[in-house]
Design a protein around this ligand. Structure first.
Ligand code: AP5
Ligand code: ZN
Length: 218
């Protein structure tokens, strides 16, 4: 299984990625998680990326494309992969196409902007794995603690309301054009084009999981 989860910040890409990767035995390639790991390691990339991420902007296409290209060479990508938060610009999507990276599905998770601020303000993450929780909508078994490792949960630095609003405008301008990019490519009947499926991301985590399963089976 080779797929892209496409959707705005807070759509639930990371939340749903957890179950899809487990079900299909494929890795999650989250450029956001990769960048947060670089920030934590204080590598030169991390130091540069932190400023951009905290402001809600996008890291340069060249850097991101290089990161993904290296990641795809790793052996665990052999059975497939799930892209979360990538591609996010037309040049990133073109880079995948030019490299003939195979894709079976693009799943668009559609969530209205009103719901997003609420989701972000209650989000808590487990930094090492990227696992995502919500204090009300998807709480951990023990408040403030990761279900799997028992380690403490943190708030993301870019989840302040002002930054989230900026991330949403960046999404509208730079990432939403990928909706047309992939849906139109899919409609051409090109055998290399991924199937395009749009699902509503409003509802419980379990309901959305079922919608994704149905979409992948159709
Ligand atoms: P990234 O980490 O990719 O952030 P994002 O795309 O903004 O998406 P989020 O992680 O915020 O949302 P999500 O859809 O994963 O939602 P989640 O499942 O956590 O990128 C961060 C930054 O890195 C970017 O701003 C940029 O600077 C840089 N970057 C990354 N990739 C890049 C690229 N390719 N190019 C350039 N720059 C890049 O859910 C959100 C919350 O909602 C959680 O609290 C969750 O528990 C809750 N929730 C989930 N499902 C539901 C539900 N059904 N109902 C209620 N609440 C729910
Ligand atoms: Zn995420």
């Amino acid at each position: 299984m080779r797929l892209i989860l496409l959707g705005p910040p807070g759509a639930g890409k990371g939340t749903q990625a957890a179950f899809i990767t487990e079900k299909f035995g494929i890795p999650q390639i989250s450029t956001g998680d990769m960048l947060r790991a670089a920030v934590k390691a204080q590598s030169p990339l991390g130091v540069e990326a932190k400023k951009i991420m905290d402001a809600g902007g996008l890291v340069s296409d060249d850097i991101i494309i290089g990161l993904v290209r290296d990641r795809l060479k790793e052996a665990d990508c052999e059975p497939g992969y799930l892209f979360d938060g990538f591609p996010r610009t037309i040049p990133q999507a073109d880079a995948l196409k030019d490299a003939q990276v195979k894709l079976d599905f693009v799943i668009e998770i559609d969530v209205p902007e009103e719901s997003i601020i609420e989701r972000m303000s209650g989000r808590r993450i487990h930094a090492a794995s990227g696992r995502s929780y919500h204090v009300t909508f998807n709480p951990p078994k023990t408040p403030g603690v990761d279900d799997v490792t028992g380690e403490p949960l943190l708030q993301r630095d870019d989840d302040r309301e002002e930054t989230v609003r900026h991330r949403l405008s960046v999404y509208r301008e730079q990432t939403r054009p990928l909706v047309d990019y992939y849906s139109q490519w899919s409609a051409t009947g090109d055998p290399h084009a991924p199937a395009y499926r749009k699902i509503s991301g409003v509802g419980s985590v379990d309901e959305i999981r079922q919608r994704i399963l149905d979409a992948l089976a159709s």
